[in-house]
Write a protein that binds this ligand. Structure first.
Ligand code: CP
Ligand code: NVA
Length: 309
């Protein structure tokens, strides 16, 4: 049994194994419908319990399809209907019940500490479906999408992030260190990664550069990533923050400083950080990116269950 909480704690050989399993499985089900089960139904009889303390569309749907396609089933809990939040039931007791009734737990949470607390008391795997500090299933899936489209290992590509220093960027930074790819970060001066992340970057890798001029950040990029300037539960002066990001808006002009075949990725949902004519352009691969989450999360589930070949 393995947990999937942060990319930085998972060996690169396991991350690579997840990606190659996802590629193989995706190819094998080209002619199957969404709810048809992969040959061998490797997670037959298994129940994934998912809980979202924050809103979600893609993560919810993709984990549902992922476990179904492996022969198992999913149950989604609403935190406001559990004793855990309102009735004062402890994480320890909740975890015991989740472990007795289900076989894996996927949690989207507003607290990284909660993931660790659950991990301590669960006897089934826990998967981080987004926390304030990371979004690891998203970024692993995005690496899959990049390599699928570019047909090259990500280590040979120039990756750029334009946007806030948030959970998604933190996972991209961890991925840059694990997979050894060049990462340019373009953000306003007062929105660079926090001290802890800067220390992590400095002590692990010299392939990450921070720019406060978006043109410099995208120069020579093979892939440009972005995300909303205002994340869920971001407790800031929204108008002020949006204003500070104005010159980081991704438009055709900015895209022209990247390589001609540069692609655009965005985890979604989108905000005002991207112009519609780039978001809906041929360079944008956001729908393929969203769908790939099903394939990669299947292999993440198999990894957690100790069933990756
Ligand atoms: N990208 C992503 O995690 O989307 P949701 O918030 O809709 O799950
Ligand atoms: N950074 C965003 C990601 C949404 C999938 C957020 O946390 O709201």
């Amino acid at each position: 049994m393995k947990h999937f909480i942060n990319l930085k704690d998972i060996p690169i050989k396991d991350l690579r194994k997840i990606l190659s399993d996802a590629k193989r499985r995706k190819n094998l089900r080209k002619n199957l419908n969404d709810l048809e089960v992969d040959k061998g139904a490797p997670l037959k009889g298994k129940l994934l319990i998912q809980m979202f303390e924050k809103t979600s569309l893609r993560t919810r749907l993709s984990f549902y399809l992922a476990i179904k396609q492996l022969g198992g089933s999913a149950l989604t809990l609403r935190p406001d209907e559990l004793h855990l939040s309102k009735g004062g039931e402890s994480i320890q007791d909740t975890a015991k019940i989740l472990s007795n009734f289900g076989n894996a737990f996927m949690l989207r949470t507003d607290s990284d500490e909660k993931l660790e607390e659950f991990k301590k008391y669960l006897s089934v795997p826990i998967i981080n479906g987004l926390s304030p500090n990371s979004h690891p299933t998203q970024i692993l899936s995005d690496i899959f999408t990049v390599e699928e489209i570019k047909k090259k290992p990500i280590s040979s590509l120039n990756i750029t992030w334009i946007g806030d220093s948030n959970n998604v960027l933190n996972s991209l930074i961890a991925a840059s260190i694990k997979f050894s790819f060049k990462l340019n970060i373009g953000c306003p001066t007062n929105y660079k990664p926090n001290k802890k992340i800067m220390k992590y970057i400095k002590s692990n890798n010299n392939k990450i550069c921070i720019f406060h001029d978006p043109k410099k950040a995208v120069n020579g990029a093979d892939v440009i990533f972005s995300d909303k300037v205002i994340s869920m539960n971001d407790k800031v002066n929204k108008l002020k923050k949006l204003n500070q990001f104005k010159k980081f808006k991704i438009n055709k002009k900015l895209m022209s400083f990247a390589k001609r075949d540069c692609i655009f990725l965005h985890c979604l949902p989108r905000g005002k950080e991207i112009e519609e004519n780039v978001f809906l352009s041929k360079q944008s691969k956001v729908w393929q990116q969203a769908l790939n989450r099903v394939h990669v999360q299947k292999s993440i589930l198999l990894y957690c269950f100790g069933k990756l070949r």
